[in-house]
Design a protein around this ligand. Structure first.
Ligand code: PHE
Length: 409
């Protein structure tokens, strides 16, 4: 399904009243974009930024959390007058968490909506599916939180504002060997996911390098409802920890079935566990994921003034709710992009949607150094990836954000 303005409004209305208002503004702008102003070459035409996200489907919280951050960043810059008198209009396409739909979404955003840059996606598989079209059309794309190395390897127009999985896998291996004193591990991963596949591989290599032994590796496919046959063999192998680098929806089921079968070893995962409904899916507070650990992006520590400001404005716009790491990543991806558009200066002839101007935006993104983001300072390296710290979180009761350790890059 593709979201048109009406359904975007409806959907965002379900998530939050403020997102409703923001998206409504975006759509109103869109309606006014006809004739020569479409490319942004009239004095007040909006600058169109495309966003593709999983607003529905198995990973719906990835899209909704991220979009709230993007919308907040756009609202803030628009409130301050926009960029050189141009408001930012975010055009959101729902890809339902499907790679084919992700590729179709960016095609539509670039060819029909005339987006000058693209924000998205969360799941690496969807970013990998969409990146080639952006890159070959010379439209900069910034993924907020896709961590598989292949995403930015697509080409020079593809960026991310998060760390990558060789680092995340190493952090997990160091944590389980160092803090949990694990000597053996079993791995259960989603073979249909670039993310899960990559992360388990990086974890295994790092775990062995730390002196650990992998006793068993089993796979599943996204959407599987029953993991008991793999879990039964895992139980027999009796590992010190079970590494499950999947997405939150399957992790909940895996955890429940693991505990039912009597597996007592801690479950350990990656950022794909991050979701406001993770604990619910594992049987609620004190349920199957109690005490488990996962690596993640920033824990949004409010001692930092930048984080504090972000959290406060987010709460004000979202009826007191706290943002999660994904929201922070979305906010920062948008922030880095807006800063780069500003840095690119006024386009010649006033048209923002030209190869020449987008090339300048690309160069400005690539030059991002020490950008003070809500998720930490962002400096992009030569491979267009951010070098940032990772946290290890432990699930306790209803809280999945207890910081146990922080690892520097
Ligand atoms: N890193 C995951 C991927 O590449 C996506 C993700 C990021 C999920 C952050 C949750 C939180 O697929």
């Amino acid at each position: 399904m593709r979201l048109n303005c009406a359904s975007t409004r409806l959907l965002c209305g379900l998530f939050s009243a403020s997102a409703f208002a923001l998206t409504f503004t975006g759509c109103a702008n869109k309606a006014a974009e006809t004739g020569p102003a479409a490319g942004g070459n009239s004095a007040s035409a909006p600058i169109i930024v495309g966003e593709f996200a999983s607003m529905t489907g198995a990973q719906a919280t990835f899209g909704s959390s991220t979009d709230k951050g993007v919308q907040l960043a756009a609202a803030e810059i628009n409130k301050a007058g926009g960029i050189d008198g141009h408001k930012i209009a975010i055009h959101l396409e729902n890809d339902e968490g499907q790679p084919d739909a992700a590729a179709t979404a960016v095609k539509k955003l670039i060819t029909e909506d005339k987006a000058i840059a693209i924000l998205g996606e969360v799941a690496s598989k969807n970013s990998i599916a969409a990146a080639p079209f952006c890159n070959s059309n010379r439209v900069p794309m910034i993924s907020p939180s896709s961590t598989n190395p292949k995403v930015t390897q697509t080409g020079p127009y593809i960026f991310r504002v998060c760390f990558i999985d060789p680092f995340q896998g190493t952090v997990a291996a160091k944590f389980v060997t160092g803090t949990l004193k694990a000597k053996t591990a079993a791995v259960l991963y989603d073979k249909t996911s670039d993310y899960s596949n990559g992360l388990q591989d990086f974890f295994q290599k790092a775990f062995v390098a730390q002196g650990g032994k992998i006793v068993l590796v089993r796979t599943y496919q996204a959407g599987d409802p029953d993991f008991r046959s793999s879990l039964t063999t895992i139980k027999a192998a009796n590992p010190d920890i079970l590494y499950v680098p999947g997405y939150y929806n399957e992790v909940g089921t895996i955890a429940r079935q693991a505990r039912q079968l009597g597996i007592k070893a801690p479950l350990v995962g990656g950022d794909g566990w991050e979701s406001p409904i993770l604990i619910e899916g594992a049987g609620g507070p004190g349920g199957a994921l109690e005490g488990s650990y996962f690596t993640d992006h920033s824990a949004l520590d409010e001692k930092d003034p930048v984080v504090k400001k972000f959290v406060e404005s987010y709460k004000a716009a979202n009826s007191g709710q706290s943002p999660d790491a994904l929201t922070g990543q979305g906010y920062d991806a948008a922030g880095v992009l807006f800063a780069a558009i500003k840095a690119a200066g006024k386009p010649e002839g006033g048209d923002y949607n030209t190869d020449a101007f987008r090339a300048k935006v690309r160069d400005a993104i690539a030059a991002t150094k020490g950008y003070a983001g809500a998720t930490g300072d962002i400096t992009l390296d030569a491979d267009r990836n951010a070098k940032k710290s990772a946290v290890v979180l432990q699930i306790k009761g209803n809280n999945y954000k207890n910081v146990i350790a922080t690892f520097q890059p």
